[in-house]
Design a protein around this ligand. Structure first.
Ligand SMILES: [Zn+2]
Ligand SMILES: [Zn+2]
Length: 332
């Protein structure tokens, strides 16, 4: 089979490999859709995960089961599934609290174990979820939407009447969609790219240009303010927009050594909660429900569907202009 392999730090290749044979507890998935995430680039650059090169990247994927291991009883060949990529140890104190995403020994398909940028992927049956007749490209959004839903739990989105998201890229859009699913009435997204703002408006969100007057009027007016850019200078402004009693959510992946200034008195006097969130905690079923509730229009978040060769080029730094979510597609 063909597979994208991170052979070493900053080395992307396409290899011909033997198709994996599922072990007793595994299913073999014919991958039909697999999304690129910013985390893939962090893995490639050695900034995230344990960087277990060589590794097949890709942790947002869905496909068709074509073979099952001898111990697998819950699934059979012909089942359509999405992958829950996190591999928690089950032993550490975080795991014992039910916080798989905070496991001290956390691994993941596509990060520490071969993942979804390949024609086939062997996955433990406990890490696949049935998707019914949902299109594969939509089902492959369950992982990033699951991360968003984990973040919105930390950000107490159900309390918010209004929300502001910095960054109208694929994850900012999915966050806006997650907020709507959580019942937030008034959702605005901020970006410097006008075409991204127009696209966000096509979903019914309010697009606001960075450093504009409409943005300034929202200072201290917003119940839930999220950074989905990972740009420290943007994250530094989050608190400015949070209303008294509100929440600032740090969702974007900033550089590990970045620092921002916070006035403790302001957090005290305005009773502001700062929340972080990492990855997802078995939110795939919840995300699949959300994808069904939102409807097929969500497929518009996927701007590019391409073969593995194209994905390898994107991972190598050649991102198409104007792209949102980019997916490997078996039949682009
Ligand atoms: Zn991801
Ligand atoms: Zn653990």
């Amino acid at each position: 089979m063909r597979a994208i392999v991170f052979e070493d730090r900053n080395v992307v290749a396409i290899q011909d490999r033997p198709t994996p044979t599922p072990r007793a507890d595994e299913v073999l998935i014919e991958v039909h859709a697999s999304g690129i995430c910013g985390t893939d680039l962090e893995v490639l650059h050695g900034n995230y995960g344990t960087s277990a090169y060589p590794v097949v990247p890709g942790h947002e994927y869905a496909g068709l089961i074509v073979e099952v291991g001898t111990n697998v009883t819950d699934f059979k060949a012909g089942d359509r599934v999405a992958v829950d990529p996190n591999l928690e140890c089950g032993q550490c104190s975080a795991c014992k609290r039910g916080w798989a995403h905070l496991c001290e020994n956390l691994g993941a398909y596509g990060v520490t174990v071969d993942g979804g940028f390949a024609e086939y992927s062997a996955v433990n049956a406990s890490h696949v979820r049935p998707i019914g007749d949902m299109p594969y490209d939509i089902a492959a959004l369950a992982e990033p939407l699951g991360c968003v839903m984990n973040g919105l739990g930390a950000g107490q989105a159900e309390r918010a009447n209004n929300a502001l998201i910095f960054g109208a890229g694929p994850i900012g859009l999915l966050m806006a969609i997650g907020m709507r699913l959580a019942g937030v009435k008034d959702i605005s997204v901020v970006d410097i790219d006008e075409s991204r703002l127009a696209f966000a408006e096509s979903f019914g969100f309010t697009g606001i240009a960075a450093q504009s007057t409409p943005l300034k009027t929202l200072r201290r007016e917003v119940d839930l303010v999220a950074d989905a850019t990972g740009v420290p200078a943007v994250a530094a402004n989050v608190i400015d927009y949070v209303a008294n009693g509100g929440v600032g959510l740090f969702f974007g992946v900033c550089p590990q050594d970045a620092k921002i200034e916070i006035a403790p008195f302001e957090l005290f006097r305005r009773q502001i909660t700062l929340a972080g969130s990492h990855s997802l905690n078995h939110n795939i079923p919840q995300a699949l429900e959300g994808l069904i509730a939102f409807g097929d229009d969500i497929a518009r978040v996927v701007s590019h569907r391409m073969p593995l060769e194209g994905i390898a080029q994107v991972l190598d730094g050649n991102t198409p202009k104007g792209s949102l979510k980019i997916q490997f597609s078996r039949s682009p």
